[in-house]
Design a protein around this ligand. Sequence first.
Ligand code: SF4
Length: 357
Amino acid sequence: MPPTPDNRPELRDLTTAQVQELLASLGERPFRVRQVLAWLYRQGARDIAEMTDLSRDLRRRLAAAARLTDLTPTQAQTAADGTRKLLFRLADGQAVESVLIPEEEHHTLCVSSQVGCRMGCAFCATGALGLSRNLSPAEITGQVLAARRLVDEARPLTNLVFMGMGEPLDNLDNLLVALEHILGEHGLQMSQRRVTVSTAGRVDRLAALGRGTPAALAVSLGAADDELRSRLMPINRRWNLAALKKALMAYPLKPTRRITIEYVLLGGVNDRPEQAAQLASWCRGLKCKVNLIAFNPHPGAAFAPPEPAAVQAFQEVLAARHVTALLRKSRGAEIAAACGQLAAQDLKAGPPAESAP
Ligand code: SF4
């Protein structure tokens, strides 16, 4: 006999309001929601049976009405600099990766939002996979909870960047549910300044992102002229640099906050001084800072890393034009954990991928 489908909702897929409704349907008072959310996120419970300050009877009724699935990395590779790449096998057999990066006093996790990605950025290994599917809220927060178990109090997990596999704004609804619990007072209570959503430029979803979460925003630019950007990042054919800038100028930012502009430097392609000048002009008037990332080659990559002298010259042009620019250190390149290298190798044999919009 075939197994009966499990129609119970996944607890970590629910918003706070939905958890409240579920508990109300079980005859529970509103304060219970805080207890259950604390178990789901702060305690990172792996099973409803662990929620020992709920009565045995409530745990039984909750388990009959909902399920709780834990996400555990099936593989972890560690680079010489301590960067760890975590591979998660999902319930349907798909796989995603996250990257846990040790800093002086804390850890940063690079989180995935989709299995694969349909944006097709030319410099990115994930883009070559195409999109298999969106991650659920539970699969997004599950990466964070799993990473938290791997770090100690001396260097806690305080920073998240949604720069792993996928375009987060392509999966906005699930992203916002996950962020509600990552930032929320009954959830992980992470700082909104330390949680960054990075987009390739889904201009149509920026306003909804700004309304939906106070998390920080980063935009991957790649080039500040339309012809080159359209070649490197096909999304530019749909929303060009002018449209992107207009949407960013309207983005709701608190007075002390700035948008991060990510610019991956590709040797001989977008790393010339005149291209730095174009970038500086494009940034004019925008409350932003620039992160420069030297390209990390991946198997089959059509690009080379920039020469150190080119990087320095690029930075000097930006500095002379009063654009704040940091060169981000590349971490974990030898385990293919660096920016744009995530490809969950065994995904390549997965189902046919969806193409770009
Ligand atoms: S850089 Fe980001 S948006 Fe572009 S293909 Fe890679 S994962 Fe997708």
